[in-house]
Design a protein around this ligand. Sequence first.
Ligand code: HEC
Length: 168
Amino acid sequence: MKKKTINNWLAAIVLLAVFVLCSGAMSKFLRDEEVPYPADYRMWTHVKTGLIGPENPNFQTSGGYHHIYANTKAMQGYSSGTFPNGSMIVFDVLETKEQNGNTLEGSRKHVDVMVKDSIRFKATGGWGYEEFDKDSQVRILTQPLKMQCFACHSKRKDKDFIFSAFRK
Ligand code: HEC
């Protein structure tokens, strides 16, 4: 083989290697389904509060008070019905405690998060789901559990997968 031909082959191989490495990195990036911890969500808009009592079958996991908070983008979604990318909504679950006839907030059970990214979370309706344990900021959802979040929220597909509404 002529030297020039060998050089062409080498160049082709190097280009191919670069392409394979890059596409590997790209697909890893696109597969990255990590939902960030919603820093400062307590400063966001408070959408509503609910109280899940002991008769509810979900009491064990979600019983107590839950407060829902939305960031600015998610607030656009609550008014338009379509949540833009970057929307984040937090479902903050707290135990209750009885004190002098009052039912007060107890310690935090977990922080559930939904984040909108129509590309990264295409497989789950454009929303990523995560749960952080207590105040630890540690992620605790396995893939099958994420699919359970998605399955129930899919009942609200016509409302962009969101159950709650914002009341002024
Ligand atoms: C069995 C059904 C069901 C499952 C499973 C479920 N949710 Fe929800 N979720 C709801 C309902 C109902 C509300 C609205 C509660 C309210 O209005 O007070 C809600 C509200 C939320 C909200 C506030 C935005 C909204 O839709 O109103 C977030 C965030 C959220 N859930 C995250 C999660 C995550 C994360 C998981 C999985 C760990 C999960 N949910 C599993 C039913 C479900």
